[in-house]
Write a protein that binds this ligand. Structure first.
Ligand code: IMP
Length: 228
């Protein structure tokens, strides 16, 4: 059963993210590769309305092209007082894609005078693979679910979703140089620091992406690789 999962493709061209996910999945008896290593030169645009759709778009594309099991994730910041915004628009909230300073500036403008500044980072990580392997695997890990019939999952494939979430609040004054995105304004009261003031290991232990990929790892270990 595990043979189908000797190679796992992580559907991202973001080298930093690939390294982060490789570290989170370390110890699995699989070879984790990027899209280029298996001849996939581009990924679809993230046009979905949900984190799940965007993650499936990317993983399903790689599976369709290579027939190899593929992982992908989509994540963002959801702020209560803004009805869940920036949400799926997190990367381009301030205008241009991945302009972190503009994204933070827009967020702080939107929250001007707002006292409830609670928010959370959310990550949806999916695994798309052959239905013959994933189709009847039992899911027993907390936070991991099978994706029921979904229009973006290709014929012959099945998908599993792992969700990670971490709560905090948005502060007005950016602090810290680590991390990326909204980290400098995402504050944890229990730590007295923003995410940008945490080391990479401290952030991974807590973060939405860390949780989601640790959950997928547990699912792979228990179910597909049969090592539990
Ligand atoms: P992606 O889908 O993981 O690439 O994330 C989309 C956007 O959400 C990023 O460009 C960031 O603006 C924001 N985001 C996601 N994860 C984080 C995080 O861990 N820290 C800060 N911002 C994040």
């Amino acid at each position: 059963m595990g043979r189908a999962f000797q190679t796992l493709v992580f559907a991202s061209f973001n080298a930093g993210k690939v390294r982060e996910v490789a570290a989170l999945l370390a110890g699995l008896p699989v070879r984790l590769v990027g899209p280029r290593e298996v001849g996939v030169g581009s990924l679809p645009e993230e046009t979905g309305q949900t984190f799940l759709d965007n993650a499936i778009l990317k993983a399903a594309h790689v599976f369709r092209e290579t027939r190899l099991p593929a992982l992908a994730d989509d994540s963002g910041l959801e702020v209560r007082a803004l009805g869940g915004a920036p949400g799926v628009h997190s990367a381009r909230y301030g205008g241009r894609e991945h302009d972190d300073a503009a994204n933070i500036a827009r967020l702080l403008r939107d929250l001007h005078g707002v006292t409830d500044r609670r928010g959370r980072f959310v990550c949806h990580a999916v695994l798309v693979g052959p239905a013959a392997v994933l189709g009847d695997a039992t899911v027993r890990i907390d936070g991991v679910t099978r994706v029921a019939a979904h229009p973006l999952v290709p014929p012959g494939a099945a998908a599993v979703l792992a969700i990670g979430e971490v709560a905090g609040r948005v502060v007005d004054t950016p602090a810290g140089d680590n991390g990326f995105g909204y980290d400098p304004v995402f504050f944890r009261d229990d730590l007295g620091r923003t995410f940008a003031q945490l080391t990479r290991d401290e952030k991974n232990a807590l973060s939405h992406r860390g949780q989601a990929f640790r959950r997928l790892k547990a699912f792979l270990e228990e179910t597909v690789l049969g090592r539990a």
